[in-house]
Design a protein around this ligand. Structure first.
Ligand code: ATP
Length: 295
């Protein structure tokens, strides 16, 4: 358990969830490995709660010399806006989002939040502004209450309950032998993928950051669970600047704006209906997915 807790502490609580499976685990380790390379600047500012206006200003990035993953990306998100990033596998959707908590540094350009370059903020204060929900969620061996309170260790009992309620966990809790005091995880009650996802959401309700990154689940959940999670996510993203890494086009319709990313940068952006009318790449991806060709 400790082995898992330590890296999570090390990344200062930004990962509310924990990618499982070998690929996800490797990616997670890479994130942690990269972390110490990015030190706070001497004069880095401890920022207080930001509004969440995000601006990518000619951002380029490559993992290794030679191949550029992002080239001159300009992207502006109003505070409270929800964008869904779609595009072919490998286009850089995840990479684009992972620059925001500074898991990696841009090779050129800068990212500003409320006009402040994130490179000029302390990592800890930057990461307090951001909640991340990844596809698979890590629970440590403890009670359900502890697992939720991980979002804010000083939270009151009422605040934990409220977060659980907003994350649509109430029914789950009433079905457990000892409610919130039920031990979960390896040695306790095993929660389903959909239940764990709601624990991750509850953590973020407690943390209450102005910015949210959602790595949309690719695995299918049953319809009722999916609806509960979708409702909880809608409520969570409301009033927060939200970036959705979208794998299924069906769920992106309601984003304020859809950004289509390709290897050559942002190809198109706009609301769902407008992009369909445009009959460009989004329309193509959309009809391919409806025919069941991708995703
Ligand atoms: P998907 O839809 O498959 O998740 P994506 O659009 O999110 O793809 P990224 O995961 O951002 O794409 O990957 C963009 C490119 O960068 C890919 O070619 C990928 O192989 C590469 N890449 C991703 N992470 C790393 C890494 N840690 N080191 C080196 N290359 C990486």
């Amino acid at each position: 358990v400790d082995v898992f807790l330590r890296p999570i502490d090390k990344i200062t609580g930004v990962l509310e969830s924990y990618p499982k499976g070998i690929a996800g685990f490797r990616r997670f380790l890479r994130l942690i490995d990269t972390d110490p390379d990015i030190a706070d600047r001497k004069d880095a500012a401890e920022v207080q709660r930001l509004a969440g206006h995000i601006r990518y200003d000619r951002v380029s990035f490559s993992y290794d010399e030679g191949r550029t993953v992002l080239r001159d990306v300009d992207l502006d998100l109003a505070a409270g806006e929800t964008i869904a990033i779609v595009g072919p596998s490998g286009a850089g959707k995840t990479t684009l989002c992972s620059l925001l908590p500074r898991f990696y540094e841009p090779t050129a350009g800068r990212i500003l939040i409320d006009g402040i370059d994130i490179a000029d903020m302390t990592q800890a204060s930057l990461r307090r502004q951001i909640g991340v929900v990844q596809q698979d969620v890590f629970l440590f061996g403890g009670t359900l209450r502890d697992n939720i309170a991980y979002g804010d260790l000083d939270a009151s009992e009422e605040a934990v309950m409220e977060a659980a309620r907003r994350a649509r966990l109430e029914e789950v809790i009433s079905g457990l032998p000892a409610g919130l005091d039920t031990v979960v995880g390896e040695r306790g009650v095993k929660l389903s993928g959909g239940q764990k996802q709601r624990v991750a959401i509850a953590r973020i309700f407690l943390k209450n950051p102005p910015i949210l990154i959602l790595d949309e689940a690719t695995s299918a959940l049953d319809t009722a669970t999916e609806a509960a999670i979708q409702q909880a996510l809608n409520e969570l993203s409301s009033g927060r600047t939200t970036l959705i890494i979208a794998h299924r086009l069906a769920t992106v319709r309601h984003a304020h704006r859809i950004v289509v990313l390709t290897e050559n940068g942002i190809a198109e952006q706009g609301p769902h209906d407008k992009l369909l009318e445009q009959r460009g790449l989004y329309a193509k991806l959309h009809s391919a997915q409806q025919l069941g060709l991708v995703g």
